[in-house]
Design a protein around this ligand. Structure first.
Ligand code: GDP
Length: 285
């Protein structure tokens, strides 16, 4: 995991760097974590990329609730944005993503072809907050084609284009953006999925957040896990009962950590921690 402490100075630097690099590309690949599509979105990315065709990747979809991934896909899709859900860890080639890049850049390809350009090249960059899977996607796309396309004009210092195929080139370093930290709920969600440093939160706070969320949105799965333990509205008491029942004696913190791991490893099910709206959820039940 990349350990970055985001201070206003760092955010400004990241923003300027991304703006500079965005001016070099035809398509932006915005990578989100499918478990937290909104919470893993940089707060200004929509503004930064508003004039570019875009592919939104709902990555780590193998860990998310498939029904909600579909909903988020529909939600983000529009005339200039193509959305794909991916499990880039377990798939060595990402044909859906290549197709999406082509689709998003269709207008540009058409324009270049009309101008007489033979085999037009589309240039892209991956952007997203730390740990959402940018490097994994980049490696999958580039595969063995690590051959650098070269220092063509317009490539900033220490930046190179990597060849994906005959039509697509990718900037060799992804754009790292900061997460939304102002909203404490977002912080909890990112901690729950393991996307922020473990030293900046208390395990029991995250475990309590998960109990509350699962009780509200995935009650059946939580009940199954609790088995004979009766749900208790007093969540710290419930967490203590779980600690004892699951053999952790009085070690509330160690059990909290274990419970978070169980959720991350899908022992209770595949969950998404951002619902489109609460109304959406109510319609489901
Ligand atoms: P980056 O910081 O955005 O470049 O993220 P990385 O590419 O380094 O990925 C962070 C972690 O997530 C790594 O442990 C990857 O193996 C894992 N990862 C990336 N994509 C997926 C995915 O689609 N599914 C799962 N389960 N894990 C993934």
């Amino acid at each position: 995991m990349q350990k970055i402490n985001w201070y206003p100075g760092h955010m400004n630097k990241a923003k300027n760097q991304i703006e500079e690099r965005l001016s070099l590309v035809d398509v932006v690949i915005e990578v989100l974590d499918a478990r937290v599509p909104e919470s893993s979105r940089n707060p200004v990315v929509a503004k930064l990329t508003e004039n570019k065709p875009k592919v939104i990747v709902l990555n780590k979809s193998d860990l998310a609730d498939p029904k909600l991934t579909k909903r988020w896909k529909n939600h983000y899709e529009n005339e200039t944005t193509v959305v794909v859900s991916l499990d880039s860890k377990h798939n060595s080639k990402l044909p859906e993503l290549l197709k999406a890049i082509k689709q998003a850049s269709a207008a540009k390809i058409e324009k270049l072809t009309q101008k007489g350009v033979v085999n037009p090249i589309i240039r892209a960059i991956c952007v997203g907050i730390p740990n959402c899977g940018k490097s994994t996607i980049l490696n999958r796309l580039v595969g063995k084609n690590v051959a650098v396309v070269g220092n063509k004009p317009g490539v900033t210092k220490n930046q190179n284009w990597l060849k994906v195929n005959q039509q697509i080139e990718l900037l060799d370093t992804p754009g790292i953006l900061w997460p939304k930290f102002e909203d404490p709920k977002v912080g909890m969600k990112l901690a729950a999925i393991g996307s922020i440093k473990e030293t900046v939160f208390q395990f029991d706070d995250v475990a309590l957040f998960l109990l509350d969320y699962l009780h509200a949105f995935y009650p059946k799965q939580l009940d199954k896990y609790l088995n004979t333990i009766e749900f208790d509205d007093n969540l710290p008491d419930l967490l203590m009962s779980m600690t004892q029942k699951f053999g952790f004696r009085e070690d509330y913190d160690r059990y909290s950590y274990h419970f978070i791991q169980q959720v991350r490893k899908l022992k209770l099910g595949q969950f998404t921690f951002d619902f489109l709206t609460e109304v959406d959820h109510e319609n489901d039940n």
